[in-house]
Design a protein around this ligand. Structure first.
Ligand code: FES
Length: 102
């Protein structure tokens, strides 16, 4: 399974909107199941409490998220970034460098 954990600890709860937008995009782009190493794996998107990447959350109006098992962290993600993350990261296997954090 591929899991996306979206921090929902911001005051304005943008993380919930980001998670919602990601779910819509995954459905729209037909990526609810990913082919990884010859196996079809489900994609699960969920909100979580603080990921301890708050510095990044505070940098801008977006949320932080982590993708497992890839181990990629993204910061300052807004709902409008959902389509790009789903297409590039989940669909094409490419990291969205402009949103990547360490
Ligand atoms: S407030 Fe988002 S990672 Fe902590």
């Amino acid at each position: 399974m591929t899991r996306l954990f979206v921090c929902a600890a911001q005051k304005d709860e943008v993380g919930r909107d980001v998670a919602r937008a990601l779910k819509i995009e995954v459905k729209k782009q037909g990526l609810k199941k990913l082919l990884l190493g010859g196996e079809k794996r489900k994609v699960r998107i969920q909100t979580c409490s603080c990921l301890d990447l708050c510095k990044q959350c505070k940098k801008g109006p977006g949320a932080a998220l982590l993708i497992y098992p890839h181990g990629t962290a993204y910061g300052n993600v807004r709902p409008r970034d959902a389509a790009e993350i789903v297409h590039e990261h989940l669909g094409e296997g490419r990291v969205v460098e402009r949103l990547r954090i360490d």
